[in-house]
Design a protein around this ligand. Structure first.
Ligand SMILES: Cc1cc2nc3c(=O)[nH]c(=O)nc-3n(C[C@H](O)[C@H](O)[C@H](O)COP(=O)(O)OP(=O)(O)OC[C@H]3O[C@@H](n4cnc5c(N)ncnc54)[C@H](O)[C@@H]3O)c2cc1C
Length: 494
């Protein structure tokens, strides 16, 4: 079935009882929807805003084992992620790039230290290795990245990892899940649970676009709301105490010229001891990220002034540039769903993520990262069989090709008006694009690549969307205004 919202909504209301209802349409929820549907389970997924509108469109765009976890001794986490990296390269063929990452070093001891670590990274990948880590000498650095040589670096290690378009992969997961019979709806928010004898038996839902309220019954309900999971747990149990400690990360986006040489860059130690990446992406360069614990869990997290200053300062220091705020094309912030605290009734399946059930039977999936979404989904669906009494034969998604229909990576939206009109129609008919934000932030990545450009396109995109949805000029005006207000937050304050 196509990702066409009116058709999906019709099916969502028709079914009397679902095997599984998943709340949350980010990497975690969409991965579970695919795994469950491919295993023959009658699967519904509801997403309160748009697919991947949470953390899953705000990542550093790496499909990676995570070299920095080596320093923390998390070998099994790294090795698991490296396996998943390789599977994704095959299953989403053409949509994960095998990319070079440079770690520049200034001293011989650092060359030795990082050299050992990266050899271990290659070793942990085993048969899933993507090529050997190599030393790039001063001469090549001087030729390709003269800024680095001037800053006193004696060379760099180049290792391989993956790069992807996170929102595009999320849509690929949604399309593949739909092909396997899952029914998915964006802009449908879970508002509460139906309970029978104290056990969760379904979900109260509001269609955010029309205000309509309805409910679904399901044998198993899954909370896959990433950083927002604790709020869902409180709908089940008002006494629930937070189990996540979300941490905010921001990225700054610059024009491609700031990073020459064709490789990405990893700065191994910033002033606060974490790593910083500069990654060429869809014709721009992303620099990030920060790691700021936050108490407020906003749907639209905002970059803090000190975070912007921190990343800008490090970009200038390590790239030998004098970038100013005016050079920033976009700033975006996301929340990492980090696990902390009580672990009652949870089955800790790996160091990266946890699957467990609350006393009411609500299945909670926490933690993890984009790269390991498939493993999280596999563990969750096995949990349905082991702990929730569902009978089925699990599918082998390790070898399941994803429906990545776009042959060209989607960066900036088309400028040509007739191409734009076709792109909007396609996004509405086959990708459940409902709002101006859905189109300019995630069907295309304009908002993330160039927020000013996105703002100036909002009027036209809103008009085209209103024609496709059969809505009036007033709707288009409101959409355009809402989007312009949102995009303001993706521009740095002068
Ligand atoms: C700054 C940053 C950089 C990162 N970089 C990388 C990287 O390079 N590589 C990597 O592998 N991982 C990376 N990660 C981690 C990765 O992005 C996350 O682990 C992953 O996206 C989490 O997905 P999720 O589906 O659990 O959460 P989300 O994507 O946040 O999805 C949860 C969804 O639940 C929905 N929701 C909330 N409440 C409701 C409700 N009441 N009803 C219905 N829906 C609801 C939200 O709208 C949201 O879409 C990064 C994370 C951050 C923050």
């Amino acid at each position: 079935m196509k990702l066409h919202r009116p058709t999906m909504m019709k099916h969502l209301r028709q079914e009397e009882e679902w095997d599984v209802c998943i709340i949350g349409g980010g990497a975690t929820g969409l991965g579970i929807a695919l795994e469950a549907a491919a295993s023959g389970l009658r699967t519904a997924l509801i997403e309160g805003r748009d697919f991947a509108s949470g953390s899953s469109s705000r990542s550093t765009k790496l499909v990676h084992g995570g070299v920095r976890y080596l320093e923390q001794g998390k070998m099994s986490l790294v090795s698991e992620a490296l396996k998943e990296r390789d599977r994704l390269m095959t299953n989403a063929a053409g949509h994960v790039d095998d990319f070079g990452f440079l770690i520049p070093v200034k001293r011989q001891w650092a060359r030795f230290y990082y050299g050992i670590g990266l050899r271990l990274y290659d070793l942990l990948a085993g048969s899933h290795r993507w090529g050997r880590t190599e030393w790039v000498g001063k001469r090549e650095i001087t030729n390709r990245l003269p800024h680095l040589a001037e800053l006193g670096f004696i060379g760099a290690w180049r290792y391989r990892d993956g790069r992807f378009n996170d929102a595009e992969l999320a849509l690929g997961l949604a399309k593949t899940a739909a092909q396997h019979g899952a029914i998915l709806a964006n802009h449908c928010r879970a508002e509460g649970f139906i309970k029978e004898k104290g056990l969760v038996a379904g979900v109260h839902i509001q269609d955010v676009l029309t205000g309509e309220k309805f409910q679904l019954s399901a044998k198993v309900v899954v909370n896959a709301c990433g950083p927002y999971s604790d709020a869902i747990c409180r709908m089940d149990d008002p006494e629930h105490e937070d189990e996540l400690r979300p941490s905010q990360g921001i990225h700054l986006v610059f024009d491609a010229e700031i990073l020459k040489g064709g490789d990405a860059l990893l700065i191994p130690k910033t002033d606060d001891g974490r790593v910083l990446f500069a990654v060429p992406w869809l014709g721009k360069v992303l620099v990030g990220t920060t790691d700021t614990p936050v108490d407020r869990i906003d749907m639209e997290p905002l970059a803090m002034e000190e975070e912007v200053a921190f990343v800008l300062d490090h970009a200038n220091r390590f790239l030998g540039l004098q970038l100013k705020r005016e050079d920033i094309r976009s700033v975006f912030a996301g929340l990492r769903p980090l696990i902390q605290g009580r672990r009652e009734n949870t089955a800790k399946l790996s160091r990266s993520h946890e699957v467990g059930a609350s006393p009411s039977g609500l299945v909670n999936v926490r933690g993890g990262k984009w790269t390991t979404y498939r493993k999280m989904a596999e563990d969750t669906v096995r949990f349905f069989k082991k702990e929730c009494g569902l009978e089925f034969e699990p599918a082998d998604t390790a070898v399941l090709a994803l429906d990545m229909t776009n042959t060209q990576p989607r960066g900036m939206h088309p400028k040509d008006e007739s191409e734009l009109a076709s792109a909007v129609t396609l996004a509405v008919e086959e990708e459940m694009c409902m709002t101006t934000e859905d189109f300019l932030a995630r069907r295309y990545r304009t908002l993330f690549l160039d927020a000013k450009n996105a703002r100036s396109s909002a009027v036209l995109v809103s008009e085209l969307l209103s024609q496709n949805h059969g809505l009036n000029a007033e709707w288009a005006q409101r959409q355009s205004l809402d989007f312009q207000n949102l995009a303001q937050h993706y521009l740095p304050t002068p």
